[in-house]
Write a protein that binds this ligand. Structure first.
Ligand SMILES: [Zn+2]
Ligand SMILES: [Zn+2]
Length: 383
């Protein structure tokens, strides 16, 4: 563990965090197989552990992340209370600290000095290292969460964070253990093992989701879309989409993408528990996808010198033509939107006008969709 001689000294360790991560990890790793082999875990213990894992994991994704850090929807106070209870259980600091750091991450993504968990400082740093030392990039500054500071529920959680964490993390497994008759087993599996699993799964979003996967929407940052990560993170693996459209309550935006957090928020909206769900217009999503396809196709074409690959000329012409179509569609969309805004300002927009407008916009979206398919064929020819 000896550091190279010329390196700057590392900032001091944050002992509370270091011990907490090390002890919970050690206990979970040793006690779980030991107890499993010597006593065995009951079905009830497994079910409670699974419930706590899912509830605390989704309290981070649906609560800390999509509700509080990004305000992608509104929620009834009872659901907020649920999210706050299980979010506290997941031991990832108060909503104030989490959301403030996360907003900074989005604003300065990949900046080595300003992004609190920049992947450019390595996997370990982005995963957990940033929490165990007093790095200047991790300094708390709540000036970016004035909206959250007004919420008395969140202020209460922040003020009483440590006792709340202890009571919830020990109290709930012990209570469940008393009810189902296995306090030790419940503490190990639904307490320590659940906590360690949830920790590292969430941390993968800051580490792996910035290294491993595709970038279909933007290459301006390191965030990736990764369906494998989406499965273990309740949908947060679609991180490339998320970094471009952070105000959307969905991360896996396509219907077939695994995003249970999106499904939960959507389902609860039918009962009025969640409200004002923010969605990125389909056109904007198509536009981003297409722009990336063009960039890639053009880069691929540029690899072949024109004079030696004359047969690529028709492909080059088709790509240029498609690009013109694309720009025309983008301009059409902007024009229709502006017309609509003007009409709205003059308050003359009748219901049928809106229907008409929507069909016009949908028509442009269809054009882009077809174009995306044509581009995919064209790209295959280029490969
Ligand atoms: Zn990120
Ligand atoms: Zn985010």
């Amino acid at each position: 563990m000896s550091a190279p001689a010329v390196r700057e000294p590392k900032p001091p360790l944050i002992w509370v965090n270091t011990l907490m991560f090390a002890l919970t990890f050690g206990i979970a790793l040793i006690a779980t197989p030991w107890y499993g082999l010597t006593h065995g875990f009951t079905t009830a213990t497994w079910i409670v552990a699974l419930f706590f894992t899912t509830a605390s994991g989704m309290a981070i994704t649906a609560g800390y992340h999509r509700l509080w850090a990004h305000r992608t929807y509104d929620a009834h106070w009872s659901f907020k209370l649920f999210l706050l209870l299980f979010g506290t259980m997941s031991l990832q600091n108060s909503v104030f600290a989490w959301a403030s750091g996360h907003r900074t991450h989005h604003l300065n993504v990949d900046d080595e000095d300003k992004d609190p968990y920049s992947i450019r400082r390595g996997f370990w740093f982005a995963h957990i290292g940033w929490m165990v030392r007093e790095y200047p990039s991790g300094r708390e500054d709540f000036s970016n969460i004035p909206d959250l500071k007004r919420d008395p529920m969140l202020a209460f959680q922040h003020r009483h964070y440590v006792p709340l964490v202890l009571v919830i993390n020990f109290g709930m497994p012990i209570l469940a253990g008393l009810i189902f008759g296995d306090v030790i087993g419940m503490l190990i599996l639904a307490g320590f093992m659940r906590l360690v699993w949830s920790h590292h799964v969430t941390f993968f979003i800051n580490s792996l989701a910035h290294m491993w996967g595709n970038r279909p929407y933007t290459e301006e940052n390191t965030a990736r879309d990764n369906p494998v990560l989406a499965v273990i993170t309740y949908g947060e693996g679609y991180h490339n989409f998320h970094h471009l459209f952070a105000h959307d309550y969905r991360n896996g935006v396509r219907w077939w993408q695994w995003d249970p957090t999106k499904w939960l928020i959507g389902l609860l909206s039918f009962f009025g528990i969640t409200r004002r769900l923010k969605r990125t217009p389909a056109f904007q999503i198509q536009k981003a996808l297409l722009a990336m396809q063009f960039t890639r196709a053009q880069a691929r074409l540029a690899k072949y010198p024109a004079e030696t690959h004359k047969h690529l000329e028709p492909l080059r012409a088709r790509l240029a033509h498609e690009y013109e179509n694309f720009l025309a569609a983008v301009a059409d969309w902007a024009r229709v939107k502006e017309e609509w805004l003007n009409e709205k300002k003059r308050a003359v927009l009748e219901h049928w006008d809106q229907v008409d407008l929507q069909s016009k916009l949908r028509e442009i979206e269809r054009r882009l969709n077809l174009q995306r398919r044509r581009l995919r064929v064209l790209q295959a020819q280029l490969a």
